[in-house]
Design a protein. Sequence first.
Length: 426
Amino acid sequence: MSLWTLGWACVGAHGLLAWSSLGAQSVPVFLALMATSSLLWAVAVARVLRRTGETSDTARILAIGIALRLVALVGEPMLDDDFYRYAWDARVGASGVNPYLHPPASLALEELRDDDWGRVSYPTVRTVYPPAAQWLFRAGAALAGGRSLGIRVLLVLLDIATMALIADALGGLGIPRRQVLLYAWNPLVVKELANSGHIDGLAVFLVAAAVWCWVREDAGAEPGGRFALLGAAALGLGTLAKLYPAVLAPLVLRGLRQWLIAAAVVCAGYLPYRDAGELLLDGIRTYGLHWEFNGSLFPVLSALLAQGPGWLPRAVGVAMPFAVGAWWRIRHGAEARQRISGSLAVLGSLFLFTPAAQVWYLCWLAPLVPFLPSRPWLLLMATSSVAYAYYLNGCDLWWIRPLEYGPPLALAAAGLVGRIRRRSFR
């Protein structure tokens, strides 16, 4: 089977997913089609990584990536309801009310309720979404008359731009551009960003823009120049879209000017909402203190620290990616390749130690793996859809996490043992 046959087979599998989403959504059908898409993607990844030298495949790879996103956009969001919250936040913001002041269940917002209000998840919790996410919600809702489809359309356009940024940055580092396939055809990305329309897509785009700036900075003769400052601004905007890019700051920001630009962007973004006061981060605080789902290493951390205060495992989990970033910065240089490698390590540790490891959080790592094709992370992106088996009966079945995390962890352990053995024979 040629690479292009595999690509169109991926489009067909996602087409079946989109078609199945238009009726009563079946969890077994979803899991079977996602497994099929993941297998096809894995074969395509192996083909691309085995090829040598630069080829003219990139345009067709990107074309199939665009086709995948358009097909996913046709379907209804599968096994997901976050888009109702997005549309609600957009409605609140458009009415002139600060979205951080009141939770959806507040009587102060009763006049804004519509037929979909009852579908908004966790209506007693204030919004967790930062200002740039709020801006996109409002723009998308205005585009589609208040419906969430407009938000998904904007996120698909941003994701297409993300593919282009990755392909150009790969070429700038001398890495074959065809490796953009690892992102462009990734079924996890297609499902979570194009179909479900998770706002993480905005942050992913901005992190990819920062990576592109790092590559351009390396290519220029002015270290710390305009591309370095643009990269800092992109990181600040990414933090305004979804808070996770903030953990990259200690690793990638160099010099006072970059720190000031990133901080100024974040502060400017929150400034219009300042009347919410301490309520600005109330939703984030609630989420951080109380949510727990699908964790990998966090349950282990909780067991090890069970004798301490209840907040300690979460505090250690938050500190871990910052510690990884500090360690990486001390041991490695400031070149773009090193920043990308370090970013993958930092965001990987953030995912592994987070209490609520939502499947779409793996999209945070997706724009980095084309530069560093880590087999364990690629495998986890393929097995992660097993977590949706939760919807079979609404509980955390005992076999879900062994199937989801077991193979990638085993592959990572085998790789570590192999490296240790090779070093011992030197």
